[in-house]
Structures are given as C-alpha cells and as structure tokens.
Design a protein around this ligand. Sequence first.
Ligand code: NAD
Length: 451
Amino acid sequence: MRIVMIGSGYVGLVSGACFADFGHDVICVDKDADKIAKLKAGGIPIYEPGLDDLVVRNAASGRLSFTTDLAGAVTQADVVFIGVGTPSRRGDGHADLSYVYGAAREIAAALQGFTVIVTKSTVPVGTGDEVERIIRETNPAAEFAVASNPEFLREGAAIEDFKHPDRIVIGIEDERARGPMEEVYRPLYLNKAPLLFTRRRTSELIKYAANAFLAMKITFINEIADLCEKVGADVQEVSRGIGLDNRIGAKFLHAGPGYGGSCFPKDTLALMKTAQDHDSPIRLIEATVAVNDQRKRAMARKVLTAVGGSVRGRTVAVLGLTFKPNTDDMRDAPSLSIIQALQDAGATIRAYDPEGMAAARPLLKDVHYADSAYDAAEGAHAAVIVTEWDAFRALDLPRLKTIMAQPVLVDLRNVYPPEKVEAEGFRYVSVGRPSDADLAGNVDASPRQAA
Ligand code: NAD
C-alpha cells in the first residue's frame, strides 16, 4: 500500500514509521520545514524510545520518506491519514479543527484516482462528515471515501502500543474503504489484534469515551487518595485491593498530581463541550475536569505544608517536568501549574528533567535548569518528585540530605516506601499515604457519625 501521513508529530511519525516497518511505502508530510529537514538528515524531532532506530532503518530501506510537499505525496497515495494536532480552541475548550480542515482542503485539491482519507487525529463526532463535505466541495470530481481510525498509542510506549494494540477501531460510511483499511492493518490482523469496524460517528466517539473514562479513573483514585490522607488509610493498598477485581482492573489507579499531557486535558474538555452542545451533558466528565484542575494547585499547597507553611524566599527542587516519563512532551504537564503556584508563593525553582528541559524552557520562566537531580537539590528546602522518571527511583538519599538546605522530600508519584525515606532522616510527604508522624496524631482517627 502507498500510505501518506499528514502531520509528522508524536502520532504521525510513530504511525508512519510502524506502517513502513510492516512493509508499506510511507511518505510522512509536515508543513514544519525544520522538522522535515531534521528527519531527512536522519534526526528525530521528538523523544520516543526506539523511534530513532525504527525511522533510520525504514528510511534506509527506502520505504519511509519525508516531505513538505503534501500535493506531490497525495497524488500517488492509496490511503491518506490525517494526523495533525487538534488542540483546545482558545476561549471555549472545543477541539480546534482548523488543522484538520486545512489538511482536508489541501488533500482534496491533489487527489488522483480512488483514495481513502482517514482521520487518525482525535476529532469530535461529525468531523468525518465535514471532511467529506470539504473534499467534495473543493474537488467535485474526486473519487474518495472518508474513514475514521482513532489512535490509542501512549507516548513513552508508542511503538509497542502501535504494533501490539488492544484493538484497532475503524469507522466507515462507504464500503469501498473497508478493503484498503484491512490491507493497511493486515500485518496486525494476522497477529490477532481485533479490527473493530463500525460507523464513522461511533468510531469518533469511541476515542473520546476511552480517554474520558481513563481520566475519570485517575481522578477517582486521586480523590480516594485525599480521603486516605484524612482517615489514615494507604491508597496504594486500596488501589491493589480494588484493582485485583477484574471488573475494575489495576491500570490507571495510581494516585498522583492529576492527569496532564497532550490528550486527556483537551479531550475531556472537548467531550464535555460536545455533550453540552447536544443537550446531553456528561456530569461525570464535568466533575472530572473540575477536580483535576483544582488538584495541581492542591499539590503546590502540599509542598508549602511540607516545608512548614511558606516557601517565600526558599528554594524548591522540582524533579521531573514532563507529564509522564519517557517523553519530552510538556503539553499540559502538571509541573507547569505546580511550579507557577510555587513561584506565586515566593519560591525559587531549580528543576531537572532527563528529556523535557528543551521543551520546558519557553514555557517556564525564571527557573534554574539543573544538570541532574542532585544539582537541582543543591541548597533546596524541599525536593519534589513530579514525574516518575527511572532516574529518580533510586536517589542516593544520604547524598541528597547533605546537599539540601533541609531534608524534605515531597513524592507526588509515591515512588518510595515512606519508612525508607523517613529512616534516612527526611520529612517525607507522598500522596494518599499518611506517614508514621501523621498516624501518630494528625489524622482524624475517629469515624464520623451522622448527627
Ligand atoms: P503534534 O503536534 O505532535 O503533531 C502534529 C503535526 O501536524 C505537527 O508537526 C504540525 O506541524 C503538523 N501539521 C499541522 N497541520 C498540517 C498540515 N496542514 N499539513 C502538514 N502537517 C501539518 O500532535 P500529536 O501529539 O501527534 O497529535 C496528533 C493527533 O493525534 C491529535 O488529534 C491528538 O489528539 C491525537 N493523539 C495523540 C496522541 C499522543 O500521545 N500524542 C495519542 C493518540 C492520539
């Protein structure tokens, strides 16, 4: 199959490289000339484990190439994927579809022969209908079908996810799209990955419903963690206790600083808006969005409490900036709101992240970017683990204690056992796990009775 991928970002580049690895001929297109120049020169514009090898190998084989010339690429394609960004629209939280529709217009003008156009971007229900209308209006003679094929990969494990997906969802309205889509995914189908064909609008909604559910699950355990702190229970054991129930499942039950990243914040908001527009509000998602928004500032207050009530004139070491480990993606990372709140409260910030500092620099002002976790902790009144990079999982605690102004560790990812850190002489605060000090007197030990 001759595949064209419009948009060569986290999704487009990974999908394009994996399709090429399956044996298809793939052209990745981007309007960002710097990105394409870097890819042509053998560089990788993002950090994603394993992606450099995959791209270099498939480019060398001649199956994967890069261009800014959308029209030239589309002319020869059997299937054109749209994998451009769909960020939140400024002001109202709806998905900004201008990149998708812009790409559709450009594709339409270049179509030759029957072509399947597929939205891989996360798009609200009805977007496929509009893409179809735009293409017909721009090029009435074009022979085409529009399909929906949302992507479920996770940054940090993107190649593994793409090659071993739980399912592949494909929404079609025109039966002519079925054969080419089966052919595109045939290598995975042979691996027994379920190929779920459905209608286009259903497929579009499946993606939002999946992300909203996961965001809700995270938010649920975060609120349970808050309650654990009040009543002297341990959220990790609660997670294990409920997650072993097959109906619930163990994943996405890790309490932390609130979800962030390039998908959950914008997708929950977009689903909430779509539902409100259709007079069918999803109150669970409205609550999820509100609870998660408040949580990041609450995490900053946790730091304030840990250092004795105020960070004014004090230094806080922030360990981890990206929204999760193994990516350089800073979009909507919890660190952004937490650092802003700490700076507002008068703290000086020293930060370190193994891969995210280049992307963080334009977003976070007045931060000292350190060379390592220890460099960040130098002279700090508290060290805060915001992202659970492996580099922070086995810190040399005695060394940390000697270089910090005071031994306070706030672990927003519950990486360490409390006893271990406290035994090293630290004041240790985590999420949903009261410390021995709390249990000795501060938690509300008596069950509340209704009056
Ligand atoms: P991204 O910002 O990393 O990449 C988008 C790319 O599209 C950019 O490089 C941009 O220059 C390019 N682009 C925009 N308009 C273009 C045009 N007309 N022609 C050519 N290139 C164009 O975005 P992303 O993270 O890859 O996300 C893409 C879509 O996939 C979004 O809808 C997102 O919600 C969805 N998605 C993302 C993830 C993820 O983990 N990042 C996972 C699943 C789904």
